[in-house]
Design a protein around this ligand. Structure first.
Ligand SMILES: [Zn+2]
Length: 258
C-alpha cells in the first residue's frame, strides 16, 4: 500500500492577517495562502510521481478549521502530516527584518519520528535558494499536537521581509520548495526521489513513472504516434478515455495498419 501523505496549505485565501505588507511595486499585499497553496499543489504532483498517495486536508480556498484538517488526516490514517506556511514577525518591512526557514515539530518530538522527518526535509530546504537556516524547533501548534502521525510545519520564509515576500509568488521558488519537501519525504520513507525530467526522459511523460506496469505500453504508443498526452507534457494515466479520444486513437491505429 502506498504511504498516504496529508498536505495542509495553512490558511484560507482570505484569512485575516496572513499576508505581506503592501508591496509598492505590486500595489498590493501577497496573501500567505498564495504561496502555501501553490507549493502544496506542486508537492502533490511530486509525491504522486514518487509513488505516494496524497490527501489535501483543505482543498478549497475556504479557511477550513484546524480541527477539520487534523480530523480528516486522522480518519484517513495518513502516514505523515505536512503543513506548509510562511512566517511573520512584526507585519512591517521596516525595523527588524528576520528572514529564513524553520521547521516545527510538537513539544518533545525533536528526537522522535517527527524530528526525523523534519531533519530530512530541512536537509533539502537548505540546499535551494540561499536563505537563513533557523533550525528545527518544538512548539505546541494545533496541527502538530492533534495529529496521530508524525507531523511537521514548515515556515519557508518571512512575509515581512521584502526579499522573501517577493519569493512567495515566484513560481520557480514555489516549485523548488515543493521539490525539496518531496526529496525530504522520500528520504524519510527511504524511497528514491523521481524527478519530472527522469520520467519524461524514460517514458515520454513527466507523470508516468518508469516503474508503472503500463509505462512501456504508454511509451510505445507515444513513439508510434497513437497516444500523445497533453500539451503540458503529462499523460494523466488515471483519466478516462472519452469516445472521441477513442475514435481518434482507433483511426490512427487503423491508418498505421492499413
Ligand atoms: Zn501560516
Amino acid at each position: 500500500m502506498p504511504k498516504l501523505i496529508a498536505l495542509d496549505d495553512g490558511h484560507g485565501m482570505e484569512t485575516l492577517g496572513k499576508r505581506t505588507p503592501v508591496i509598492p511595486e505590486l500595489g498590493r499585499s501577497i496573501r500567505e495562502n498564495e504561496f502555501n497553496r501553490a507549493v502544496v499543489n506542486f508537492l502533490k504532483q511530486e509525491l504522486e510521481r514518487c509513488g505516494f498517495d496524497t490527501l489535501l486536508v483543505a482543498p478549497t480556498d475556504e479557511d477550513i478549521s484546524l480541527q477539520k484538517r487534523t480530523d480528516l488526516a486522522n480518519a484517513r490514517k495518513a502516514d505523515i502530516y505536512v503543513a506548509v506556511h510562511y512566517n511573520a514577525y512584526d507585519g512591517s518591512f521596516s525595523g527588524q527584518n528576520p528572514s529564513g526557514i524553520e521547521i516545527y515539530v510538537y513539544n518533545g518530538d525533536l528526537n522522535r519520528e517527527s524530528g526525523k522527518l523534519a531533519t530530512a526535509v530541512g536537509k533539502y530546504l537548505r540546499q535551494g535558494t540561499k536563505q537563513n537556516w533557523r533550525g528545527i524547533k518544538e512548539a505546541n501548534f494545533y496541527v502538530l499536537r492533534e495529529t496521530n502521525m508524525p507531523a511537521i510545519l514548515t515556515e519557508n520564509g518571512f512575509m515581512d521581509n521584502k526579499q522573501e515576500a517577493l519569493l512567495m509568488i515566484d513560481e520557480d521558488f514555489q516549485r523548488e520548495v515543493a521539490v525539496e519537501h518531496a526529496k525530504g519525504i522520500c528520504e524519510y520513507f527511504n524511497v528514491p526521489y523521481i524527478s519530472a525530467s527522469d520520467n519524461a526522459a524514460q517514458t515520454g511523460f513527466r507523470d508516468v513513472s518508469p516503474d508503472a506496469y503500463y509505462a512501456n505500453a504508454v511509451k510505445r504508443a507515444k513513439d508510434l504516434g497513437l497516444l500523445n498526452g497533453y500539451p503540458d507534457g503529462r499523460f494523466l494515466p488515471d483519466n478516462s478515455l472519452t469516445r472521441k479520444d477513442f475514435a481518434v486513437a482507433l483511426m490512427r491505429l487503423y491508418d498505421k495498419l492499413k
